[in-house]
Design a protein around this ligand. Structure first.
Ligand SMILES: [Zn+2]
Length: 412
């Protein structure tokens, strides 16, 4: 490392402080509003109507926006007013979420609307990257068939997976579903699919989906905690997904809640995930309820049965959920204490196990949060289906495409 120069204050390169180009801001303003007039774009962006007009003309010429007839004010005469919309067919992207039990995929148009969806069931084992690349490729072909599209109509693919993914390099440093470390996921997927591929941690992608389509659209700072086979997290700061210095942060599932505690699938002990995730519940269920995986089938079957028994009043089953819920409460309150978000969204398939966020769990969150003089954030449950992950993956690709086609270098 070279020594910093003389002086004081943060040393920031011009690139890091460069604002989003106005052309891209105009496009993103139209997309976020669905439909809006030129004059309202100018008002929202606080720039002159003339500069908006020039950039809109350019975006119309490039086929990225289109003009539509806006509803006329009652009683007004003359030509109907004109509004702007994104030209949905300006481009298409795909999103694929790779998981333990199922891969899900979606194709989305340039306005962010879904065009086709597909999924691929698989067995829950850690596999070689080659097989995963093959499966993702097969899922993409299935998606294209469903959409009635050719591969060359897609401009990019976003891929999400659990674990530590360095988004900038497209490398999975470690993933619970892939054997090995430091795997060039994006590069291999891109070779197999013949398209540019961006990869990210799956919890970041659910967070991106909440930011673009869900409860987080109008919020500058919020948190998403995902409960699936593992526990993940995404953090939005100032309307952007925060990834950390090496883009592998936010691993809440592997924060320690018990020194020398239960063994986690990451190889360490005492991780939050080792107490609240699927495999933690399955581990407890097999011991307490004498439900053995080999005898009772898959982890999913054991989980469903555990949930049914808890609902039916089985005290041992309820205790397992209650204990997991308490650990989850500790995790949530730690996040609130650290980041002071305005909203905490609990997301993922496991949210159907409502014992995990029952009244007493939420009460526990409040007890463990330093709340003497502050308003606690809202905690919302989002039971979106599996496709939200894939939608987030497609959004990652769409965001990259938007920058490429509307950003500084794209403009005329
Ligand atoms: Zn761990």
């Amino acid at each position: 490392m070279t020594a910093p120069p003389e002086g004081c204050g943060p040393i920031v390169s011009p690139r890091e402080t460069a604002p989003v180009p106005l052309r891209q801001q105009v496009f993103e303003c139209v997309r976020s509003q669905g439909q809006i007039s030129r004059i309202d774009v100018a008002k929202r962006l606080n720039v002159s109507p003339a500069s908006v007009s020039t950039l809109v003309a350019d975006l119309l010429g490039g086929g990225l926006l289109k003009e539509v007839e806006a509803p006329r004010d009652p009683g007004s005469r003359g030509r109907p007013p004109v509004a702007l919309r994104v030209r949905a067919e300006a481009g298409y992207v795909a999103g694929i979420k790779l998981g333990d039990m199922i891969h899900t995929g979606i194709i989305m148009d340039f306005a962010g609307s879904p065009v086709a969806e597909a999924s691929l069931s698989r067995t829950s084992v850690r596999t070689d990257l080659d097989l995963l690349v093959e499966e993702a490729g097969a899922l993409l072909s299935q998606l294209l068939r469903k959409a009635g599209m050719e591969r060359n109509e897609l401009s990019a693919v976003g891929v999400g997976m659990p674990g530590m993914v360095d988004t900038r390099r497209g490398v999975a440093l470690w993933s619970p579903i892939i054997r090995g470390n430091d795997l060039p996921v994006a590069e291999l997927m891109s070779e197999r699919m013949g398209l540019p591929v961006v990869a990210d941690n799956d919890a970041n992608l659910v967070t991106l989906a909440e930011l673009w389509f869900g409860a987080g659209r109008a919020l500058s700072d919020f948190v998403v905690i995902t409960l699936e086979y593992g526990v993940g997290m995404g953090l939005v700061m100032d309307h952007r997904v925060y990834r950390g210095a090496h883009s592998v942060g936010m691993e809440i599932g592997h924060t320690k809640v018990q020194p020398d505690g239960a063994l986690c699938r990451c190889g360490q002990r005492g991780c939050l995930e080792a107490y609240v995730s699927d495999y933690a519940l399955v581990r407890e269920a097999s011991i307490a309820l004498d439900m053995h995986r080999s005898a009772s089938g898959s982890a999913q079957v054991i989980l469903e049965s555990l949930f049914d028994q808890a609902k039916a009043g089985n005290e041992a089953a309820r205790t397992i959920f209650r204990r997991a819920g308490r650990f989850l409460a500790a995790g949530i309150s730690n996040v609130i204490n650290l980041f002071d978000p305005s909203l905490v969204i609990l997301s993922g398939a496991r949210m159907k196990y409502d014992y995990l966020y029952a009244e007493d769990v939420l009460r526990e969150v409040h007890t463990m949060t330093l709340n003497r003089s502050r308003t606690l954030p809202r905690i919302e449950i989002n039971a979106w289906g599996d496709l939200v992950w894939a939608r987030g993956a497609a959004t990652l690709a769409l965001a990259a495409q938007t920058e490429q086609r509307c950003g500084a270098e794209a403009g005329g």
